[in-house]
Design a protein. Sequence first.
Length: 332
Amino acid sequence: MQLVAKECACSLAYLWKRMKAHEPGLKWLVTIEPRLQFTEAQKAARVAYSKIMLVELGAGLLRYYIWIDQKKTWIRPGKKLRSWVVKREGTRTAKMEHHMVVETPLLGPDFKDWCTYVYVCVNEILGPFLIVKCTGTKGKDSGEPAHSEYKTMKGHWAKNPPAAEIKDVLRQAWGKVQAAMDAGLWPRDKEPTWSLDNAVVHKAAVSDWDVEGSWRKKEGIRGRVHMPPAYSPDLHQVVEHSIGQMSKLFKKQLLVDSINKVFDSVPDASLAGAGAGKPTLHDLFLKQQQCFYEANKGKQGLNAIAANVRRMHEVYTEVIRIDGAMPIKKFT
């Protein structure tokens, strides 16, 4: 699409408009966000980051990276999500699967606006080791409270995870690292590197990371923060892929399996409600949690995260080769 727009010297928005006028079979189903075209400064930052990461990979330091990211999943959306698709022959409507939506038969159409918002942490040594249900997990009659305990800086109840909640995720992850040190799985002389993407809320959470007397120094949380450049999911794909694997299994189980099969293997689920066809949103989070650990354990129980880390050598090398542009799909 970008090549066509460039050849025609028009914007992507204008091209979409012309396509819709030309082909009535195109239906408006989800908002399209064209991939960002990097500026020269952004490309340079991506190249510089990739060079640093190649050195750290060669030195074995990526073993101690804690990769952190978030995922919002709509179980039963209350509003239509839209996208451009071509209507299939012989059908009255166009169908398009959206990566953030699970349309499950376990919930009837009266369940609206059900979604989970989670943060996950992965590491080469520990594998998929933490998933936290966060602010933004909500739904009518879902069993979730009207609001979480967190407020924005202006004093309003938060709708998405604020900086204070990101700090709590980091605290929990550090607790897991300490437990691994006590168990002899993580060398005590090796500090973790905390890798979060470049979101504003993440930068706010770690803004005083190296300041004397900061929250994390007072609490004894060790390590440094190393964020990838903005708009670079390809450079943060160790955790992006783990989220993708979790979502794939989660969606498959909720779409295909019966309600008993879905929840029988979740020990903490409220089986009375689930068995009656009325699972709570927390039940569904517990299933998502199970999928996160199961989907990322790898073949024969081996750590799939370690394989993703090793693959990053190819990604960093390719980003450098193409001067910071977004690599083709095989590298992302």
